[in-house]
Design a protein around this ligand. Structure first.
Ligand SMILES: *Cc1c(COP(=O)(O)O)cnc(C)c1O
Length: 379
């Protein structure tokens, strides 16, 4: 049996996304910046996608959606923009958390070398950031709070609306890396008081190579790529029309079926959790209920996570230890360390992330395989 259980790393393109993309590779290949019909058709499609994506995310205006190449670019753009515009007003303090994605953490590291002061908040052992911790860290010179919507390794969902309300009240910009949430959970940037939001198409069955940044009107963006006037001059480069059309179709489809998909995937997830919990020494990482529908993360005391992955691969199972971005490195997961786990336990983690295409039979195969591999590795 082959089981794909790494949907937090990437997903298979949906049929709807594929259909939406094909014409823009082929007969509608025009550059959207050109004035003739072929270019105008592409430009019209881009505008329609911008409008629809804005609506799906609860944004007030299409111009608030900036197309990027990936979630990492959106994170970099959001954080650098907020930091540099803060610095122009004498604000050089940034707040985030210890369990963010490296696209956020490494950007903050870079800003530290540019004279910014960065406060990285601890995360409660259940994998949830406390709004009261954010409130305590706020200072008059705080330019930005960046807290992820859902964690990519353990799947826990953060109190984003509460943190957004708090930041809005204090006049501090709020960014959320929503790459694991968009397409899986309801997201409404206005209701949740979000100023900047990052998303990535390939995490919700769109293509790789397309991301978006929501930037509320009035939030100043940095110009990271100089060149033509695309994306209102904030990001030069000919738009990836096929990928953007695919991203839009994927989010439309995910949004239309969100409730049913979430219920189905959460049922698979809970079956998986119940099965893995019967393995001696297994420990579920992250809050049991406040998590995205598909993501399960366990530590198995005494087992090397990387070795477990290799054995599962031999059984046709695609899974992850830490995040895919740190796999290969034998460092313990920074996420599990942030939750207060000792390094040895944090090195024994396994992430299984499910999608709508998984089945009950696959879940049972996953449980039996993990049990057998954990037993073999402990011998
Ligand atoms: C995957 C991921 C990213 C990076 O997105 P890319 O499109 O792969 O650059 C950023 N943040 C989180 C939480 C992710 O899961």
């Amino acid at each position: 049996m082959k089981v794909y259980a790494d949907h937090a790393a990437t997903t298979r393109l949906s049929a709807a996304a594929r259909e939406a993309m094909l014409p823009y590779f082929d007969e509608l290949y025009g550059n959207p910046s050109t004035p003739y019909a072929l270019g105008r058709q592409a430009a019209e499609r881009l505008f329609a996608c911008r409008t629809e994506l804005a609506r799906l995310l609860g944004a007030a205006r299409p111009e608030e959606i900036v197309f990027t190449s990936c979630g990492s670019e959106s994170d970099n753009q959001a954080i650098l923009s907020a930091a540099w515009s803060g610095a122009r007003q004498g604000k050089r303090h940034l707040i985030s958390t210890k369990f963010e994605h490296h696209a956020v953490l490494r950007t903050l590291e870079k800003l530290r070398t540019q004279g910014f002061e960065v406060t990285l908040l601890d995360v409660h052992e259940n994998g949830i950031v406390l709004p009261s911790d954010v409130a305590r860290a706020l200072r008059p010179d705080t330019a930005l709070v960046s807290v992820m919507f859902a964690n990519n390794e353990i799947g826990t969902v953060q109190p984003v609306a509460e943190i957004g309300a708090l930041c809005r009240e204090r006049g501090v910009l709020f960014h959320t890396d929503a790459v694991q949430a968009v397409g899986h959970l309801p997201v409404d940037v206005q209701a949740m008081r979000i100023d900047l939001l990052s998303a990535s198409a390939h995490k919700f069955r769109g293509p790789r190579g397309a991301g978006l940044l929501y930037a509320r009107r009035g939030v100043e963006l940095a110009r990271l790529i100089e060149g033509g006037g695309q994306e209102r001059g904030f990001r030069a480069g000919t738009e990836n029309t096929p990928a953007i059309a695919g991203m839009c179709a994927a989010l439309r489809e995910a949004s239309e079926h969100m409730e049913q998909t979430a219920a189905r995937v959460a049922a698979l997830r809970d079956r998986l959790i119940a099965g893995l919990e019967t393995i001696p020494g297994a420990q579920l990482n992250g809050d049991r209920t406040r998590r995205v529908p598909g993501t399960v993360n366990f530590s198995f005391a005494g087992v090397e996570g990387e070795a477990l992955l290799l054995m599962l691969d031999q059984r046709g199972i695609a899974a992850a230890s830490g995040s895919a971005c740190t796999a290969g490195a034998l460092e313990p997961s920074h996420v599990l360390l942030a939750l207060g786990q000792p390094p040895a336990l944090a090195r024994s983690a396994l992430r299984l992330s499910l999608g709508e295409e998984n089945t009950n039979a696959e879940i049972d195969y996953l449980i039996a395989s993990v049990r057998a591999c954990v037993e073999a590795l402990r011998k």
